[in-house]
Design a binder for this molecule. Structure first.
Ligand code: PLP
Length: 394
């Protein structure tokens, strides 16, 4: 049953929003196994092996906590495990997701300092360093950055954020949202000295929505011993105690863990570096199509272009939502909408997860045909420009 469409359309739906992404058949088959006793002996073996194996994706030797929750839950877990009510945190307004994380911090009675951008680039590293240098009394307890801002298609340089914190000689924790970058854009929890990495299942990890993650540094773990934010469900302590033998303190999302096990195998079989190169290549091909059509990307800083998605600005006076509606109606493809102030100004092409050359060509073909259908002026041949790039960079 095509329960996701108002009228039947032949052919496979193109789910090209920047998450949830397409779930590979191999992952779907892994989920389609009997749910097991989560306190029985088989489960402990699965849990232990998986909790160990998943670390490679974060590039960490430390523990990774897995929650049966969407990414938003793992945001909350990162804050409540490491901080105390009234703590100052430094946040960077890179776009809509950074805005939501900031709202959460405010609701949790933290005191965020907010560094603004024009939503067309990643976090302002110089501003982070300057704010930390001003904070002589070390009142700022954490710096929070969204690695890949899914609302704008801008990727912040976490290596440079680390350097900025070190240059300021500041002891703040570094908390990073990788919900739409993990498993698609190079990321190194240990090497970049990240204290809590927040991730979700439904984007680069190629799983359905429903799991989220905290990779935790030794420094974050130490902070959690004195952090006074109330927490229960999100508390790392009982989680890590149970995880030591492969179990969970409450019922885990068992079949999602089967899926995760398979998805991690797939990423490691392809090789993380190959996965990242594949995303870089598809992103560059997409940008060539966009430029050829005569449009701008929302990201205005070449060093911050996202390899997971491209947000495309339409010329003034044209509706991105009308374009998306036409493409869904005529070609059975979902594209991402503009979020917050970008609503109707941009549309977003997801090119992350389980995604190959022909899916990209089909996706861009759908956009190019849609531009015509929606009567938006464009220069024909963007798909050809993308194919030329793919051919020249096989
Ligand atoms: C999708 C996304 C979120 C929200 O995750 P949910 O799973 O919807 O809770 C947060 N941050 C970023 C960068 C995202 O892409």
């Amino acid at each position: 049953m095509a329960y996701f469409q108002s009228k039947p359309v032949a052919g496979r739906h193109f789910l090209q929003i920047p998450g949830p992404t397409n779930v590979p058949d191999r992952v779907l088959r892994a989920m389609d196994n009997p749910t097991m006793d989560h306190r029985g002996p088989d489960f402990g073996r699965l849990g232990q092996a998986l909790l160990e194996k998943v670390r490679a994706v974060f590039k960490t030797e430390g523990p990774v906590v897995i929650y049966p929750a969407s990414g938003t839950g793992a945001w909350e877990a990162a804050l409540v495990n490491t901080l105390s009510p009234g703590d100052r945190v430094l946040m960077c307004e890179t776009g809509w997701f950074a805005h939501l994380w900031h709202e959460m911090a405010t609701r949790l009675q933290l005191q965020p300092d907010y560094i603004h951008t024009d939503w067309r680039r990643g976090a302002d590293v110089a501003a982070i360093e300057a704010r930390l240098r001003e904070d002589k009394g070390h009142e700022i307890k954490a710096v929070c950055v969204v690695h890949n801002e899914t609302s704008t298609g801008c990727t912040s340089r976490i290596d440079e954020v680390r350097q900025a914190i070190d240059a300021a000689g500041h002891p703040a924790l570094l908390l990073v949202d990788t919900i739409s970058s993990l498993g698609s854009i190079d990321y190194r929890h240990d090497e970049w000295g990240v204290d809590v990495t927040v991730a979700g299942s439904q984007k680069g990890l190629m799983l359905p929505p429903g799991l989220s993650f905290n990779a935790v540094s030794a420094k974050a773990l130490k902070a959690s011993e004195t952090a006074r934010m109330p927490r229960s469900f999100w508390d790392w302590k009982p989680m890590l105690a149970a995880n030591a033998t492969g179990y969970f303190p409450y019922t885990p999302a068992t079949n999602m863990l089967y899926a995760l096990d398979t998805a991690v195998d797939m990423l490691l079989e392809e090789g993380l570096d190959n996965v990242f190169a594949r995303h870089d290549r598809h992103a560059e091909a997409t940008r060539r199509a966009v430029r050829h059509w005569g449009f701008e990307t929302q990201c205005a800083e070449p060093r911050h272009h996202s390899s997971a998605l491209t947000a495309v600005r339409l010329p003034e006076g044209h509706s991105a939502n009308a374009l998306r509606a036409a493409i869904l109606e005529k070609f059975n493809m979902s594209l991402g909408n503009g979020l917050g102030p970008l609503n109707d100004r941009v549309f977003r092409i997801g090119h992350l997860g389980d995604f190959g050359d022909l899916q990209l060509v089909g996706t861009l073909g759908g956009v190019e045909m849609g531009l015509k259908a929606a009567s938006i002026p464009y220069q024909a041949g963007g798909v050809l420009a993308a194919m030329d790039y793919l051919n020249g960079n096989a």
